[in-house]
Design a binder for this molecule. Structure first.
Ligand SMILES: Cc1ncc(C[n+]2csc(CCOP(=O)(O)OP(=O)(O)O)c2C)c(N)n1
Ligand SMILES: [Mg+2]
Length: 813
């Protein structure tokens, strides 16, 4: 007898969540449809693992043992909602039709066609999920009409910071009526759904985000998939009391407090899961109260990944328990016990699914191979011709035969064989050699972008395409503190762009520690100009999540030195976003910070070398004054790419003339500024140090040294027009001065100028860097003097270069 009680219970919840009432037959078929998803997903995991063990795929990590809660989560997930999860969530993706078995296998093989491998065009390991937020031209799709998944990354818990922002966006859209959020939100009714493994909750990012979510009261539902292990390490080494829901109890919302609703549910209990997820959705969606769902008693039938087997670390008892508690097994029994299906029909379903998944796998493999085989055929033809007209016939034929023997070639095989053959033709001239060269050139030109494109935007409005607009001044332009230029510019930006908001530590009430936002919270409200807790990584996460949903956040990191707390999120999540999604998602977050040359180990850092290397995929901008900085913000707001703007900490009180075209000023990105022309030596610098260089120029002039001074302005990207090269062609001497460690950013700039711009042949003297000492900058004025390049260092370094090239004109110092 089918269990009518279960039906009635579940219907109660569904109705409460405003889903239409369904008949008992419809209910039964929904259960069977769910069972099919669970079995399909499991079959993919089983076959997927085998594909790795036989060598067709390189690595496999699957969602087996976690199927059922994901099906329940998918039922509560609405269009417009966002997921921020991790590599176990294939069943969720399948339940919403965002991933087919064939897609999954394409992901395993690393098929590079985005149509066939929609998760990353082969760039990410399987198990990293994504949906496409952007149209071909880079514009937004209507995200309220699709299920959305932000792009997964591998570092455990790194999905948490962005989850916060994804949820916060709903809150912003609900409260800020002036924003045109048609493509992103329907009155803030969207829930952001996080998933995380039990062991990954040990990470700081998890706790930081949970706390911030409780403070902000944003609609996020965090599911913890608890299988008691993190690879081989048991919960007793991971979590106090071995239970995340137990230790999070202090976050429980009570009458009159903020906080979370916290649920604990068994991962094999279908009706309980469905009920829990419906309730959670309701609470988060309507009331914007965050929810934690601790899903326990989950299993991992095949162990963690294809890197090892779980028999090495799980006891026999645990292994037996996992077999019995397997959520799919328990779901099957529940269906039979409640009479929702007969044994035979389940057997038939399972058989059909096995066949379908096997076919999907075969098709995916064949589609993966097809283009490679076409290239191979082409290359075989070319090498055959080459072999008929060469003095190195034996070697070429041997390469050709090796190539023919590769039945299932990958691109690397083809490139390597062609290059090997070309090497064998060194010294020969023939049309066949030309043919091979052309084949290889075409092949590499076609292949390289498949692996290297979309690091930055490739669309019309990319940041480096925004044209410069110079500041203009009225005749009686007042000289004002630099911070006022920023403040007035932010004021105008807040007025111009309703979707623009700015937040950080002390950014709200006092208008930031240097008062660049003075009075703006009063004028624009607590949502748009906001204080945050001291939690740099999740401040960035707020920014990423909101930018993923069409808002234009500026996340403020109070001091450059504390960027390190956020560096992992910036590097792994933000900087790689376009690249890892093959240009299908964007998060145009602007990070505002201030740094350089104050005093003390943690208030004067200039770790630019670290930033430029960790953050490829972002723009790194170092304005020398606040007018240039304001221009960068304006440029960035016209574009849609992520950037960091580092304001000079000691520049807020320096006087600058107030421009009369504030919001129009655009400082171009990737363009240097030649501040003084000169004939003797090219001096490249940026930020606060540049001001000291400017002070030295006069003294150098007294010694008959005519400096050409260039402000790098934008470190990533640097000098796209190669203006420094033109300068070096004229001066034949080069020094790069900054306050990073030796071999840091200055070394990068030298590499750009010498290697990329090709300045080597125009130099009469070795290019020199003048940097800070290798240690952290010591405190106070003397600490600064003996840690960072000072006026005397700069004078002497430049003088010495002149002395070396012309000792009689410039005698020894
Ligand atoms: C920051 C970081 N450290 C280590 C790893 C390697 N690693 C990948 S998964 C994993 C265990 C995660 O366990 P859990 O969170 O319980 O998820 P499960 O795989 O059990 O679902 C580890 C240590 C990683 N990916 N990222
Ligand atoms: Mg685990």
């Amino acid at each position: 007898m089918p269990n009518a009680n279960t039906y009635i219970q579940l219907m109660d919840i569904s109705t409460a969540n405003s889903k239409k009432q369904i008949s008992f037959d419809e209910f039964k078929s929904e259960i069977i449809a769910d069972y099919k998803i669970a079995v399909t997903s499991r079959e993919c995991s089983l076959l997927g693992r085998r594909e790795v063990l036989t060598g067709k795929a390189k690595f496999g990590i699957f969602g087996d043992g976690k199927e059922l809660p994901q099906i329940a989560m998918a039922k509560a997930f609405n269009e417009g909602d966002f997921r921020s999860g991790y590599y176990r969530d294939q069943t969720f993706m399948m339940a919403l039709d965002l991933l087919t078995p064939k897609d999954l296998f394409h992901g395993l093989y690393a098929t590079t066609d985005i149509e066939k491998e929609p998760m990353s065009a082969g760039r990410q390991m399987g198990g990293h999920f994504v949906t496409h937020s952007l149209n071909e031209d880079g514009s937004w799709k209507n995200l309220t009409k699709q299920y959305n998944s932000s792009a997964d990354i591998s570092p455990t818990a790194a999905q948490m910071p962005r989850l916060l922002g994804l949820a916060q966006a709903s809150k912003v859209y609900r409260s800020e009526k002036n924003i045109n959020g048609n493509l992103f939100s329907v009155q803030g009714n969207e829930v952001a759904w996080g998933t995380i493994g039990n062991a990954s909750t040990s990470e700081g990012l998890f706790f930081e985000t949970i706390n911030a979510g409780g403070v902000l009261q944003v609609p996020m539902v965090v599911s913890v998939w608890d299988d008691e292990y993190g690879i081989s390490v048991h919960a007793k080494h991971q979590t106090t009391k071995e239970s995340i829901s137990e230790i999070l109890k202090g976050f429980q919302k009570e009458e009159g407090t903020n906080g979370y609703e916290i649920f604990k549910v068994n991962g094999w209990d279908y009706p309980a899961l469905v009920k829990t997820y419906q309730e959670a959705a309701l609470i988060a969606r309507e009331k914007h109260i965050p929810v934690i769902i601790h899903v326990v008693e989950l299993t991992q039938p095949q162990g963690h990944s294809t890197s090892g087997s779980h028999e090495r670390y799980k006891s026999d008892d645990r292994l037996i328990w996992e077999k019995e508690q397997d959520c799919n097994v328990k779901f099957r029994s529940w269906i039979l016990e409640n009479g929702f299906a007969e044994e035979e029909s389940l057997l038939q379903i399972e058989k059909d699914i096995k066949r379908d998944v096997r076919n999907a796998k075969k098709e995916a493999w064949s589609e993966f191979l097809t283009p490679h085989l076409a290239y191979k055929k082409d290359l075989v033809k070319v090498l055959r011709s080459v072999s008929e007209n060469t003095q190195n016939k034996a070697a070429i034929i041997s390469i050709l035969n090796d190539l023919i023997a590769i039945e299932e070639p990958i691109k690397k095989d083809l490139a390597a064989k062609a290059r090997l053959a070309l090497r064998g033709l060194i010294g020969e001239q023939s049309k066949e050699r030309e043919m091979l060269k052309n084949w290889l050139l075409r092949f590499m030109t076609e292949m390289q972008p498949i692996y290297s494109s979309h690091l930055y935007s490739e669309h019309e409005n990319k940041a480096t395409n925004i044209s410069a607009v110079q500041p203009t001044y009225s005749k009686d332009a007042p000289m004002v503190d630099g911070r006022l230029i920023l403040r007035d510019n932010f004021d105008l930006l807040l007025g111009k762009y309703p979707e623009f908001l700015i937040f950080g530590e002390d950014s709200g009430t006092i208008g930031d520690v240097n008062q660049g936002l003075e009075g703006l919270q009063k004028k624009y409200g607590e949502t748009r100009v906001a204080d945050t807790g001291i939690r740099e990584a999740s401040i960035i996460g707020q920014g990423i999540g909101m930018a993923l949903r069409g808002l234009r956040p500026i996340a403020e990191i109070q001091y450059l030195d504390y960027m390190l707390y956020a560096l992992q999120t910036l590097s792994d999540d933000l900087a790689s976003l376009r690249y890892r999604t093959f240009g299908k998602q964007k998060a145009p977050l602007i990070v505002r910070t201030r740094g350089h040359r104050l005093e003390g180990i943690w208030h004067s850092g200039s770790q630019m070398g670290g930033l430029i290397h960790f953050l490829r995929g972002m723009y790194i901008l170092t304005p020398r004054n606040m007018t240039v900085a304001a221009g960068f913000y304006n440029t960035l707001m016209k574009s849609d790419e992520p950037a960091i703007v580092i304001e000079s900490l000691n520049g807020y009180r320096l006087k600058e003339p107030m421009p009369n075209n504030l919001t129009e000023i655009c400082t171009p990105i990737g363009v240097v500024d030649i501040l003084k022309e000169g004939k003797d030596i090219t001096v490249l610098s940026y930020g606060s140090t540049l001001r000291i260089v400017e002070q030295v120029i006069g003294s150098l002039q007294n010694y008959d040294i005519d400096v050409e001074l260039i402000d790098a302005q934008t470190l990533l990207p640097f000098d796209l027009k190669h203006e420094v090269l033109e300068s070096v062609k004229k001066t034949n001497r080069l020094i790069v001065i900054d306050e990073d460690v030796p071999g840091g950013c200055a070394a990068y700039l030298i590499q750009e100028i010498i290697e990329k711009q090709g300045a080597f042949k125009y130099l009469d003297a070795p290019p020199i860097t003048l940097t800070a000492k290798a240690h952290r900058p010591a405190y106070a004025s003397d600490g600064d003097y003996f840690s960072k390049p000072n006026a005397e260092d700069i004078f002497e370094s430049i003088y010495n270069i002149m002395h070396e090239s012309n000792p009689s004109a410039y005698p020894e110092l």
